[in-house]
Design a protein around this ligand. Structure first.
Ligand code: UDP
Length: 358
């Protein structure tokens, strides 16, 4: 049995690590295609090294283009790979342009597609990620859902009628977190004893200067109480320097993007997380840290429901208010919202079962 895995962006490398390991454990043949969407060493190579992901068999080197151009070129190049490799299954992850191009290329060739992290919805069609995930779900044969909410989203959209199989396998990011948490590594930068961990990278928060300005202003106020560490996405660093904010406050420390092991160190040591990242919202729960989400909505609504996360938007007062509520909140972190940390095993077993049925 041959599987082609399509990856291209940082969170996909993290998600692919436990799955790829499980594929190899079962003696299956995996061809890894890196679309090239993320290409800086600290956004790409470091994850392959740290998380023992095999070198990609193909690197398509497609990046820094508009959404249409990027997705179109990926579609064309992935199709060429699939024609050569003739896999039994194509695995795609999450909600990036690489996900959409991979699933579309595969399905047009009548290949079986497995979507890992299916069923997530923000209900905001202005997000490129929302478009990518809806279209990918629609053409996938197995929809591997990380949470009950994501299963419910698909059922509400009548996916039970589409002939695709819905599997609640839990979250592969929990597998990764459990696998690597004890190998965490202190970043090279000076890290204070008490700090807040922040990441900002969503298009809506970086392209819109007003939103980025408001986020930075709120962080400035919060940092008077507790210093803030920001592993800074390349796009955010450029936008922040255009705002001329990065040098204004030395209690907000912008460091380079870090590897997964350094990130696990920061997550485990921080007192609270402020983020617009999907992955980091979940990791805040895995490592029992309160979270403030600087977006207008979240796909991970269960965290809001149980009170470990507040969706604050990007209004200064709302962020400060959310921070004030979260910093000393007593939270029950004992719910198994993201499965048991064996998602990769369930995924590979399901693919093997499907193979036997066919
Ligand atoms: N992450 C990392 N280094 C960083 C910033 C983030 O390893 O400098 C990890 C983070 O812990 C999480 C994943 O990258 O596991 C999230 O990726 P990102 O925020 O880029 O994407 P999203 O999850 O929002 O799709």
């Amino acid at each position: 049995m041959k599987i082609v895995s399509i990856i291209g962006a940082r969170p996909q490398f993290i998600k692919a690590s436990p799955v790829s390991m499980e594929i190899r454990k079962n003696g299956l043949d995996e061809i890894i295609v890196h679309t090239g969407q993320h290409f800086d060493a600290n956004m790409s190579n470091i994850f392959f090294d740290q998380m023992k992901i095999p070198e990609p068999d193909y690197n398509l080197g497609i990046n820094s283009l508009s959404h249409g151009a990027m997705t179109g070129r990926m579609l064309e190049e992935i199709e060429k790979v699939l024609i050569v490799e003739k896999p039994d299954w194509v695995i795609v992850y999450g909600d990036t342009n690489s996900t959409l191009a991979g699933s579309l290329a595969a399905k047009k060739m009548h290949l079986k597609v497995a979507h890992i992290e299916a069923g997530l919805r923000s209900f905001n069609m202005n997000m490129p990620e929302e478009i990518n995930r809806i279209l990918t779900d629609r053409v996938s044969d197995i929809l591997f859902c990380p949470t009950q909410t994501s299963v419910d989203n698909l059922l509400l959209e009548r996916y039970d009628k589409f002939g695709s199989k819905i599997v609640n396998c839990g979250d592969v990011m929990l597998d990764a977190a459990l696998m690597y948490k004890d190998m965490d590594k202190k970043p090279a930068d000076d890290i204070p004893n008490k700090f807040i961990l922040t990441t900002i990278h969503r298009e809506e928060n970086t392209v819109d200067k007003k939103r980025l300005r408001a986020i930075y202003d709120a962080l400035s106020v919060i940092s008077e109480e507790t210093p803030i560490i920001i592993p800074t996405h390349p796009r955010t660093r450029i936008m922040l320097s255009e705002l001329n904010s990065s040098s204004q406050n030395d209690r907000i420390k912008l460091i380079s993007p870090v590897g997964y092991l350094e990130m696990l160190y920061l997550i485990q040591k921080c007192s609270l997380i402020i983020t617009d990242s999907g992955g980091l919202q979940k990791e805040s729960y895995f490592f029992e840290k309160p979270c403030v989400t600087i977006r207008d909505e979240t796909e991970w609504t269960e965290l809001v429901r149980i009170g470990s996360n507040i969706v604050a938007g990007t209004d200064v007062d709302n962020i400060l208010n959310a921070y004030g509520q979260m910093k000393d909140r007593k939270i029950n972190f004992s719910y198994k919202l993201f499965g048991l940390g064996n998602a990769a095993q369930i995924i590979v077993n399901e693919i093997l079962v499907e193979k036997r049925i066919l």
